[in-house]
Design a protein around this ligand. Structure first.
Ligand SMILES: Cc1cc2nc3c(=O)[nH]c(=O)nc-3n(C[C@H](O)[C@H](O)[C@H](O)COP(=O)(O)OP(=O)(O)OC[C@H]3O[C@@H](n4cnc5c(N)ncnc54)[C@H](O)[C@@H]3O)c2cc1C
Length: 410
């Protein structure tokens, strides 16, 4: 995003837990702030040293310690790249229980620190539910070993992209899909028309013909992950048939992937949205949880807000787009500032978006965390009592406040 600029003079890359502990002890003694850093893909400035804190980068701790193909338990260093872990377990017919566009760079330690959501939350639940234990270095350097080692998965995957004539069809569609696919439904992703068009304009393979695109207002990408390939394929094929032949169809058309390459290409379009938008200007990114029925209205209201301040158009904001994970009510709003970030645009967006979220009783951070971007806005989705308790917890573990000072808490 080019929004946060690190001021660190020192980056340390420990290779073992003992080395992490030594560094933390040394810093604690001298009251030097530490910013733990994983793949540095976070979008809220959490891994950036804003006040010359030492950066403790985990990239050199990238060993898999063990994998048990019977129980499916993986023990890995914090610095292992998410995609590498997926590659490591794939020959045993396993997958990681989370998937996100940044998988080629983000690290498992960073994923757990942010409780990353991603594309498969619908199927596998919150990442914290998949973490059986942790080995942590506390802010005084003590190593707390709570690694305990149960869970497995073994899957066949399919996907289908659907074009919808109107956003209002999403909720009944989600209900129908949940009813027909049941437990094999693993992702249900929403993409608005502008986001889709931007991805295609920047090189992603077109899914629908020009004729099919007429009247398409938004899109849904559905993935199944079940244990029986033939059964799963039959279920998703029957779903598509019944959607297309219904008396009052909820969808205009749909494309079911017919090969691993097409499966990957549908996902690439969805996962490539941030990068495609980035090519058009500087993105303001909001990652919020709100009721699904309000997704489109909230994106439209951001656009209207910018228009009312005279900030919409090629001279300022050229696009406001929305996409997200329907299953957990997580909407990503991206506002593209064609000529770069400006205080006027920021003031038009904030606290406007946070107030909208608060009025809908949503969360200002669905999955990207608070970092250094949102501490000032935490009160829009956490009560003052919650914030006080969060501060007390932080003080208990980190009384010197050397661990990532200035992040999360106001
Ligand atoms: C293209 C793209 C797509 C994305 N999609 C998603 C998505 O679908 N869902 C989602 O949730 N996020 C998404 N993100 C955001 C980001 O990838 C996640 O937050 C990811 O979990 C961060 O991992 P990281 O290793 O890069 O952590 P970093 O960015 O390096 O750090 C994030 C935070 O975790 C802390 N941290 C990192 N490692 C450790 C450690 N070992 N111990 C303690 N603290 C640590 C850092 O101090 C920082 O506060 C996306 C980002 C990009 C660029």
């Amino acid at each position: 995003m080019g929004k946060y600029h690190g001021k660190a003079t020192t980056v340390l890359r420990p290779r073992t837990t003992k080395e992490v502990s030594d560094i933390v002890k040394w810093c604690a003694k001298r009251r030097i702030g530490i910013v733990p850093q994983g793949g540095n893909t976070g979008l809220v400035g959490g891994s950036v040293s804003l006040d010359k804190e030492v950066v403790l980068n985990l990239g050199a701790m990238s060993n898999v310690r063990s994998f048990d193909p019977v129980s499916g338990i993986l023990v890995a260093d914090a610095g292992c790249i998410l995609e590498s872990l997926g590659d490591y377990i794939a020959p045993h017919n396993y997958i990681m229980p989370l998937d996100l566009g940044a998988k080629g760079s983000c690290q498992i330690g960073g994923n757990i620190a942010t409780n990353a959501g991603g594309l498969r939350l619908l199927r596998y639940g919150s990442l914290h539910g998949s973490v059986l234990g942790l080995e942590v270095v506390l802010p005084d350097g003590t190593i707390l070993d709570q690694l305990s080692t149960l869970r497995k998965d073994n899957t066949a995957t399919h996907n289908v992209m659907l074009a919808l004539p109107r956003f209002d069809n999403i909720l009944p569609l989600f209900q129908a899909v949940k009813r027909d696919l049941g437990e094999i439904l693993s992702a249900f992703e929403y993409i608005d028309r502008t986001a889709y068009d931007t991805a295609v304009a920047h090189g992603h393979a077109r899914v629908f013909t020009d004729e099919e695109m007429q009247g398409a207002q938004c899109f849904v990408l559905i993935e199944t992950s079940g244990g029986n390939n033939d059964h799963d394929e039959q279920k998703i094929t029957e779903l598509l048939e019944s959607l297309l032949t219904a008396d009052k169809p909820l969808v205009l058309t749909g494309v079911l992937s017919q090969s691993p390459a097409q499966f990957a290409s549908l996902w690439a379009l969805r996962e490539g949205l941030p990068e495609a938008l980035q090519k058009e200007g500087k993105p303001y990114k909001y990652d919020i949880s709100i009721p699904i029925a309000d997704f489109e209205r909230v994106v439209d209201s951001c656009r209207d807000q910018l228009k009312s301040r005279g900030l919409y158009g090629d001279h300022a904001v050229s696009k406001v787009v929305g996409w997200g994970h329907i299953g957990d009510g997580n909407l990503h709003i991206n506002v593209i500032a064609k000529q770069g970030y400006t205080p006027e645009i920021e003031q038009a967006l904030e606290p406007f978006i946070y107030e909208v979220v608060s009025s809908l009783k949503g969360s200002i951070s669905a999955e990207h965390g608070i970092g250094s971007m949102k501490p000032h806005a935490l009160h829009y989705s956490k009560s003052s009592a919650s914030i006080e308790w969060m501060k007390k917890l932080k003080e208990t573990f980190d009384p010197l406040n050397i661990m990532n000072p200035g992040k999360v808490l106001p």
